[in-house]
Design a protein around this ligand. Structure first.
Ligand SMILES: [Zn+2]
Length: 373
């Protein structure tokens, strides 16, 4: 679902970095080194400003990580396991294995992050006071800046638009009050989109009046919130549509397997052209060993079809997504999207009993969302 670079594991949670982070890191480092620090902490040389700018950019990352971790630890302690956190510079996404099932759980998870940021702000401001000297002090400038960053992180995340923390708090309160998570999420998402649009408009106004960097930030953050707000509501719809559905109810169970030793030429004639499937499980000695798709055949030239066996062309089972009939479809979605083939083999007691593709899941989603409207 999320692209990014895996960094390390903390408290059993995989910490990953979104690619966008590198761009934003460079922008932050640069604008702090040449803009913020020379303006608010005058009297240092260029090297000091660069060191201040880029170490701040890195420490912002640490502060965002602490913010997200505090959500995740509360979530884990309430039984909603978080497996992975993906960090952007002004936020992160903690991937919960399932959405909170009561309003009070949601509320507790949502407030943890802003509380952590507020505490960090207090700590950094206090340290800055302690580090203060009569002469300009780079340490003091850095600590004051981190105090400011955490204050901003706290306030930014409290914007009442879902899926920001403030939006989650709003949703939890609305949900607790009305008992209807759907209308609560829709309302919180709409407010989120509204805030985003206001930010984008204000950002463009700033750009046109000459404050290009500040305006660009506002526009960028606006787009980020808008995307997240719309995505957040869609995700809830998906989760509701898929909840409780098992792989065996959705998989296609009329499975035809191809013997692994067959030449591709024969496989095309006797299987692909006869059964009109785009993928087949591959069997050797009655056991599943892999999956062959039209893509595998296409990637080999016509000339190789007569001297290549199915087994040589297929993806071995170790690199294929394997599900059981009892796997929840909602878990299967993530597993299939992490794979490269867009489909999974369903295996029970060593036998292939079905196939499930991303298309099958999308059809169900479409059906359920259309019928619900
Ligand atoms: Zn948060």
């Amino acid at each position: 679902m999320t692209r990014g670079i895996k960094l390390f594991t903390l408290f059993n949670i995989q910490i990953a970095l979104d690619y966008s982070w590198f761009i934003v890191f460079a922008l932050f480092g640069w604008s702090l080194s040449y803009g913020y620090f020379p303006h608010y902490a005058p009297g240092f040389d260029k090297t000091t400003y660069l060191a201040l700018g880029f170490s701040s950019a890195f420490l912002i990352f640490v502060c965002v990580l602490i913010h997200e971790l505090s959500h995740s630890l509360v979530s884990n302690s309430l039984g909603h396991k978080v497996k992975r956190i993906t960090l952007f510079i002004f936020g992160g996404i903690a991937e919960m294995t399932r959405e909170p099932d009561t309003a009070s759980v949601e509320l507790k998870i949502a407030v943890a992050g802003p509380i952590a940021s507020a505490l960090l702000a207090a700590i950094f401001y206090t340290l800055a006071k302690l580090a203060a000297t009569p002469d300009p002090s780079a340490t003091e400038a850095l600590l004051t800046y981190l105090g400011l960053v955490n204050t901003m992180l706290c306030i930014f995340n409290l914007i009442p638009g879902f899926p920001l923390d403030g939006g989650r708090i709003l949703r939890a309160l609305w949900w607790g009050y009305t008992g209807n998570i759907d209308s609560a999420t829709r309302a919180a998402s709409r407010i989120g989109v509204g805030f985003a649009l206001i930010l984008i408009v204000l950002g463009f106004m700033q750009i046109f009046s000459g404050n290009i960097v500040g305006g660009l930030w506002a526009v960028l953050i606006g787009f980020f919130i808008q995307r997240a707000a719309e995505g957040g509501y869609r995700q809830l719809q998906y989760q509701q549509a898929l909840s409780g559905v098992l792989v065996r109810e959705l998989m296609s169970s009329t499975v035809v397997s191809i013997p692994g030793e067959l030449k591709l030429e024969r496989a095309i004639e006797q299987y692909f052209l006869v059964h009109h499937h785009v993928s087949f499980p591959v069997i050797v000695d009655g056991k599943p060993v892999g999956l062959i798709t039209l893509g595998h055949i296409r990637s080999l030239g016509h000339g190789q079809w007569s001297n290549t066996t199915v087994r040589e062309a297929m993806d071995p089972l170790t690199s294929v997504t394997v599900l059981t009939p009892e796997t929840k479809v909602i878990d299967a979605v993530g597993m299939i999207s992490r794979g490269t083939l867009g489909r999974a083999v369903v295996i029970k007691e060593g036998r292939v009993v079905g196939m499930l593709s991303r298309g099958d899941i999308m059809r169900l989603l479409e059906l359920k969302t259309v019928l619900k409207e």
